[in-house]
Design a protein. Structure first.
Length: 135
């Protein structure tokens, strides 16, 4: 149902505007297809800047060392197949990202329940930024 994956539309719109302002930013997403659909930002293999989250923090460190600009990193509450080093997101995992230079810049807070909308709001998508070191 529509509430099952709430937050992608808002996140996609945020990513679209961010990439228009900072086109050299690489976008790493736990649910890249959802972000692709709502952001209109293409995958790296098709000339865009969007790719799946790396499978390890070691791989992320390699991406950081090679990235020509900043990095947006998106973790969501919904996609259980996200890498275990980031999902589910915990304070220790947020601290790891902060140690790598990331800052939490955008959060989507929505009802986490099913179609009845009776459950309280909770954070469902988190966007972290590692700024372009050249700026």
């Amino acid at each position: 149902n529509a509430s099952s994956y709430s937050g992608y539309r808002e996140t996609g719109q945020f990513v679209n505007k961010f990439i228009r302002d900072f086109p050299d930013t690489l976008v790493l997403a736990g649910s890249p297809r959802g972000i692709r659909y709502f952001s209109d930002v293409n995958f790296t293999e098709f000339g865009g800047v969007l790719m799946r989250l790396p499978e390890s923090d070691t791989e992320l460190r390699k991406i950081i060392s090679l990235a020509p600009g900043g990095l947006l990193l998106i973790v969501d509450e919904w996609e259980w197949s996200q890498p275990k080093w980031l999902y589910p997101l915990t304070n220790d995992k947020i601290r790891l990202l902060k140690d790598m230079g990331f800052t939490l810049i955008y959060v989507v807070n929505k009802p986490a329940g099913r179609a009845d909308y009776t459950t309280p709001n909770t954070d469902v998508i988190w966007v972290f930024l590692r700024p372009d070191p050249n700026e």
